[in-house]
Design a protein around this ligand. Structure first.
Ligand code: MN
Length: 203
């Protein structure tokens, strides 16, 4: 972005067209979610770090240095939400979903025995999460682990290695599914989740 302050954090473009995930996630949802919500986290972060030592850091470093109460909560929340959203866009793709193959399937089966059991657990954790947050597939020593985090928190902020995420904030699905989180999750898991991205993220 062509701004006078070259060290400011930029809003990354969506990795696909705004209508690329329709009908499962509408162009209207993506336009709002990326253009308003994600953009607001980035703008607010830039406002908060202006004239502070965080201004010269990249996004990953800002998160590491403010996580767990080590720095200002507002800076952490906006930085982490900026990071989480960039990771979420890449966790989805047109014609995604279904059962993966490759090393990621082997890791899933190591931890959960079958893909079906893994998918059931991911659905259960995502449905049981109360309020705003994220569900994640995280790399673990033996395979993979499913966790959810509240608000802006993430496995990355906790020093772990996320492979995929699903945004559980209502703004991710309210325009398309109103309060029906399960309908959104079904659409994501069956049609949108990007297993290639998870495979790339495996160490
Ligand atoms: Mn969101």
């Amino acid at each position: 972005m062509n701004t006078p302050n070259s060290s400011s954090i930029a809003l990354p473009p969506l990795p696909y067209a705004a209508d690329a995930l329709a009908p499962y996630i509408s162009a209207q949802t993506l336009a709002f979610h990326h253009g308003k919500h994600h953009n607001a986290y980035v703008s607010k972060l830039n406002e908060l770090i202006k004239g502070t030592p965080y201004e010269s850091l990249d996004l990953d470093s800002i998160i590491r240095q403010t996580a767990g109460g080590k720095g200002p909560t507002g800076v952490f929340n906006n930085a982490a939400q900026a990071w989480n959203h960039a990771f979420y866009w890449k966790s989805l793709r047109p014609k995604g979903g279904g059962k993966p193959g490759g090393r990621i399937l082997a890791r899933i089966e190591k931890s959960y025995l079958t893909f079906e059991a893994f998918k059931e657990k991911l659905m259960a954790v995502s449905l049981a999460h109360f309020g705003s947050g994220w569900s994640w597939v995280v790399e673990s020593p033996a395979g993979v682990e499913i966790v959810s985090t509240a608000n802006a928190d993430s496995p990355f902020a906790q020093g772990r290695k996320p492979l995929l995420t699903i945004d559980l904030w209502e703004h991710a699905y309210y325009l398309d599914y109103q309060n029906l989180r399960k309908s959104y999750l079904d659409a994501v898991l069956d049609h949108l989740i990007n297993w290639d991205f998870a495979e790339e993220n495996l160490g």
